[in-house]
Unconditional design. Structure first.
Length: 169
């Protein structure tokens, strides 16, 4: 059975983005219940040279949008500026999910045999669309969602693997 590019990409984003939003809501509730300034939690990092929680969430949303756009040969979308509030980050995630869902099965499936070209800081990277999805786009997306989860856990937010995975149905 051939790999379904749509199921792998859109299906992954449809599961992980709402899970990330739910984890973020738990983080917001945690901050409010302990009189922690929301901006302080959003500014937390795992390490000084890494993105903050807000930037990790934004980067996950951007990667989801970029993946769908790049696979369909379009200029990647952008979720706007990095949010400085929980409300802005929820909006960013909603926008990313809406963007991902705007591409139909046929749009994504038609790209499987194509090649994508990425303009990266160190130069252009060309690869088959399937490799882009499996070896570049999804690992980047999950890197940022995992980092966001890890920051929330590091700060004491009660999350578990089920929160990271989201509903499995």
């Amino acid at each position: 059975m051939a790999l379904s590019m749509h199921r792998v990409s859109t299906g992954s984003f449809e599961q992980a983005i709402p899970a990330l939003a739910a984890s973020l809501r738990k983080g917001e509730g945690y901050a409010l219940s302990r009189n922690i300034a929301p901006a302080s939690l959003l500014a937390m990092k795992l390490y000084p040279d890494m993105y903050s929680l807000a930037e990790q969430v934004w980067a996950a949303a951007r990667q989801a949008m970029w993946t769908s756009s790049v696979l369909c040969g379009e200029v990647p979308g952008d979720p706007g500026p990095v949010g400085d509030s929980f409300a802005m980050l929820y909006s960013c995630l909603d926008q990313a999910l809406e963007h991902v869902r705007s591409y139909g099965v046929e749009d994504i499936e038609a790209t499987q045999a194509s090649e994508v070209a990425l303009a990266l800081p160190k130069g252009e990277l060309r690869m088959p669309a399937e490799d882009y999805l499996l070896k570049f786009a999804l690992p980047n997306f999950y890197f940022h969602t995992t980092a966001a989860y890890a920051i929330l856990r590091q700060c004491g937010v009660e999350l578990n693997k089920g929160d990271f995975l989201g509903p499995l149905t």
